[in-house]
Design a protein around this ligand. Structure first.
Ligand code: AMP
Ligand code: ZN
Length: 444
C-alpha cells in the first residue's frame, strides 16, 4: 500500500439477469471495506469488471454462456442483454448507496489482452489444446489450490471429474473455448487457436493486471469464488508473472434463504425491485446487511427486513432529533470515534459498530450537537444517508385529525379517539403519544 493508496479489485456481475440481493450483499461488504479504507485516510483505486461473455452455466467449463441464454430468453441480442443488465446493476448500486468503482471494465473490451495473456501462458508451457479449447494444466503448479481448504478442493474436483472429454486433470480449466462447430455464437472472436471466446477465470486476471498491476493490494468476491474462480486466477498469475495476483483476498459469506444459498440456479432469488415494490427502503436492506458480520451467513426473511426497516426509521428519527433539540451536557465523543475506528478496523465489525451507534444515541452525557457530528461521521462508513433525512411533511388533513383526536381524549371520549387513530393509520400515519404531546410518524 504505497502512499496511502490501495488497489482493489472486486469480481463484478455476470450481466445476464438482475443481480439478486445475495449478490448485492457481497457488493455492500466491498463498499464497507472501501469506505473503511477511506475513513482511515487511504485513497482507493477500485476496479470492477463486467462479465459480459464467457461465464458458463457450470463452473466446470461446460454448459452454455449465461449471456447467450439471456439473449434467447428475452429474444434480444447478447449485446443488448449485457447492456440492459449492466445499467440495471448500476441502478441497484445507486439505490444501495454503494460507491461506484474508479474504473469499470468489460470482458469484451479486453479480448486482445486476453489472447496475449494466453500466449504468455502457452510460452510458459502450462497450456494444452483439446477439441473444446485451450486449457490450463494445473498439475504444472506445485501448490495449485492453496487458497481453498483441502476438503473444498476435493469436493469440487470430484464433482467435475468426467466433465470435459480430454481434460488431463479434473481441476484444469478453459482459457479459450472454441465456438461449437456448426454453431454461430453471437459473441465470438478470432484467435491463434481458432474462433471462440475467453474463459471466465482468464478475464478477471487480465482486467485486474491491466489496471492495477501485479500483485495489487486486495481482491474481493463472494465465498463461492474461493475453490474455483479465485484459485484459477492465482494459478494463472503465478504461471505468467511468477507471483500471486493480490496480497490480500477477502470473501463475503452467503446470503441464505430458508438456510440455503440464494442463487439463480437454486430458483430462490429476490431482487432489489421486489423489496421496493413491497414498500421497503433499499437502505433497509443495507442496514440488514450491516447487522451481520460479512464472514457469517445472513439468513434473509421478510420479518428480518421489516425489523431492519424499523431500526433504520428509528435511526432517522433520532438523527432528526439531534438537529432540533438543545442540551448542555458534557461530552466525550472522541472516545466513541476511537472505539468505532477500532471496531471497523477489526475485520469490519459492522454489527458491533451499529451497537455502538445506538449506545451513543442513548448516551445522555453526549451533547446533542456532538451526537449529530458523531452520527454523520459514522455514516461515512455505514452509508445510510443520515445527513439527507428531512422531517416528513405531514398533510394538513392529518394534522387536523390529530388535533381532533386530542380533543376527544381530553373529553375522555376514548371510543371516538381510537376511531380517529385507526383512520389516521389507514391514511398511512401513526401517532405516538409522548409527554410532550402526540408525535406523528409515517406508517410502514
Ligand atoms: P455473479 O454475478 O454470479 O458472478 O456473482 C456476483 C457476486 O455475488 C460474486 O462475488 C459472487 O460470489 C456473489 N454471490 C453469489 N451468490 C451469493 C449469495 N447467495 N450471497 C452472497 N454473495 C453471493
Ligand atoms: Zn472474477
Amino acid at each position: 500500500m504505497k502512499d496511502k493508496q490501495v488497489a482493489l479489485y472486486a469480481c463484478g456481475p455476470t450481466v445476464y439477469y438482475f443481480a439478486h440481493i445475495g449478490n448485492l450483499r457481497t457488493y455492500i461488504f466491498e463498499d464497507i471495506l472501501k469506505r473503511v479504507l477511506g475513513y482511515n485516510g487511504y485513497k482507493v483505486k477500485h476496479v470492477m469488471n463486467i462479465t459480459d461473455v464467457g461465464h458458463l452455466t457450470s463452473d466446470a467449463d461446460t454448459g452454455e454462456d449465461k449471456i447467450e441464454i439471456g439473449a434467447k430468453r428475452e429474444k434480444k441480442t447478447a449485446w443488448q442483454i449485457a447492456e440492459f443488465y449492466t445499467e440495471a446493476f448500476k441502478k441497484d448500486l445507486k439505490l444501495l448507496n454503494i460507491k461506484e468503482p474508479t474504473i469499470w471494465v468489460k470482458a469484451t473490451e479486453t479480448i486482445k489482452e486476453q489472447i496475449d495473456f494466453i500466449k504468455t501462458l502457452e510460452k510458459k508451457g502450462v497450456t494444452y489444446k483439446i477439441a473444446d479449447g485451450i486449457y490450463f494444466d494445473t498439475s504444472k503448479l506445485k501448490d495449485y489450490g492453496k487458497l481453498a481448504s483441502k476438503k473444498k478442493r476435493e469436493l469440487k474436483a470430484g464433482a467435475r471429474i468426467e466433465m470435459v472429454p480430454g481434460k488431463k486433470n479434473p481441476t484444469d480449466f478453459a482459457l479459450w473455448k472454441f465456438s461449437p462447430s456448426g454453431v454461430k455464437r453471437q459473441m465470438e472472436w478470432d484467435s491463434p487457436w481458432g474462433h471462440g471466446f475467453p474463459g471466465w477465470h482468464t478475464e478477471c486476471v487480465v482486467m485486474a493486471a491491466k489496471h492495477l498491476g501485479v500483485p495489487f493490494d486486495v481482491h474481493c468476491g463472494g465465498i463461492d469464488h474461493i475453490p474455483i474462480h479465485h484459485t484459477n486466477e492465482i494459478a494463472q498469475s503465478e504461471a505468467a508473472f511468477g507471483k500471486n495476483l493480490a496480497k490480500f483476498w477477502l470473501h463475503g459469506e452467503f446470503l441464505t434463504i430458508n438456510r440455503g444459498r440464494m442463487g439463480k440456479s437454486e430458483e430462490n432469488i429476490i431482487i432489489l425491485n421486489n423489496l421496493i415494490k413491497k414498500g421497503f427502503n433499499p437502505l433497509a436492506y443495507r442496514y440488514l446487511c450491516l447487522t451481520t458480520h460479512y464472514r457469517s451467513k445472513l439468513n434473509f426473511s421478510w420479518l428480518a427486513l421489516k425489523a431492519a426497516q424499523n431500526a433504520l426509521d428509528n435511526l432517522y428519527q433520532r438523527t432528526l432529533e439531534t438537529k432540533t433539540k438543545y442540551s448542555e451536557n458534557a461530552s466525550c465523543y472522541i472516545g466513541y470515534q476511537k472505539k468505532f475506528l477500532d471496531l471497523m478496523n477489526d475485520d469490519l465489525n459492522t454489527p458491533k459498530a451499529l451497537a455502538l451507534t445506538w449506545k451513543a444515541i442513548k448516551d445522555e452525557r453526549l451533547k446533542i450537537k456532538d451526537k449529530r457530528e458523531l452520527l454523520l461521521d459514522f455514516d461515512r462508513v455505514f452509508g445510510l444517508d443520515l445527513a439527507k433525512i428531512k422531517k416528513p411533511k405531514i398533510p394538513q388533513k392529518i394534522k387536523k385529525l390529530v388535533e381532533l383526536r386530542e380533543r376527544c381524549r381530553q373529553e375522555r371520549n376514548w371510543r371516538k379517539a381510537d376511531e380517529i387513530r385507526r383512520k389516521i393509520k389507514d391514511l398511512g400515519y401513526k401517532i405516538e403519544d409522548t409527554k410532550a404531546g402526540p408525535k406523528i410518524k409515517i406508517f410502514r
